[in-house]
Design a protein around this ligand. Sequence first.
Ligand SMILES: Cc1cc2nc3c(=O)[nH]c(=O)nc-3n(C[C@H](O)[C@H](O)[C@H](O)COP(=O)(O)OP(=O)(O)OC[C@H]3O[C@@H](n4cnc5c(N)ncnc54)[C@H](O)[C@@H]3O)c2cc1C
Length: 250
Amino acid sequence: MSLHFILYAASDYYQLDDLLTPEEKNVRNQIRKIMVEDVAPIMVEYWEKAEFPHHITPKFGALGFAGGPIEGYGCKMIPATACAVAYAEIGRVDPSIGSSLIVHSCLTTLLIAQHGSDEQKQKFIVKKGAPGLTVTKIENKVALRIVQNRDVIFDNVFVPDEDKLPYLTSFQGFVKAWITLLACETVALGRELLGGNGILTDFLVAKAFCDMEPIYSYEDTYEINCLITGREITGIASFKHPAMEKLSRL
Ligand SMILES: Cc1cc2nc3c(=O)[nH]c(=O)nc-3n(C[C@H](O)[C@H](O)[C@H](O)COP(=O)(O)OP(=O)(O)OC[C@H]3O[C@@H](n4cnc5c(N)ncnc54)[C@H](O)[C@@H]3O)c2cc1C
């Protein structure tokens, strides 16, 4: 089975494609083309040498994709559903590229777009070389190896009021327990089906098996998502963090 075939044979048993508009399909297909033609042939090589293929970044830039659903500030404003199917398409082929783009487009720029002041949206908030800020590369990872993770250490860092996001007052929890657990079970089953071949990166399932591990951690583990959901439903926190204690009725 060729790599080309594996990557195009995305099953759509629920015919979700029928629910997409032509514009949404167009965004998904443009992303799919980059992922299949430019990323898939090199992703194992870059995964093994733990480097990011910077030469593919302009391809996403040319689509105006990095700004996601943000309007203005040089962003193209891609509708939310089109973004979601595009992110799914990227993650389907390579979760390292998926994590990098989603952290950039959703965790950082979208957070500033939604919760920042007009002045903040014109500039980057965290500057390299700021006093007290140390950033070191995390080496020796067995998963998401294309992502260039850093340890970020803040030592006596002073954040002026004008650099705080004024409209961000809380973090909201999401129910992700079922999705992350099922994803782990799915890659484990794929790994089992392939037997000895399942440990070769050529067959991709070993890579998916490893890449799922940090996703399971950074989306929060099954236990943590259940605890958060339980607190939301009952109002009672079964885990006690000092900062959370005032939310608990215990
Ligand atoms: C690739 C990657 C990228 C990341 N990127 C970011 C980022 O951009 N920004 C950021 O802020 N963080 C980031 N993180 C950190 C991530 O948010 C944490 O790894 C995650 O929240 C888990 O925390 P932890 O690793 O300290 O594990 P811990 O919280 O120490 O958990 C270890 C284990 O203990 C269990 N556990 C913990 N507390 C309880 C409890 N009260 N009751 C029962 N069981 C419990 C957990 O389920 C887990 O199995 C990243 C992590 C990874 C792996």
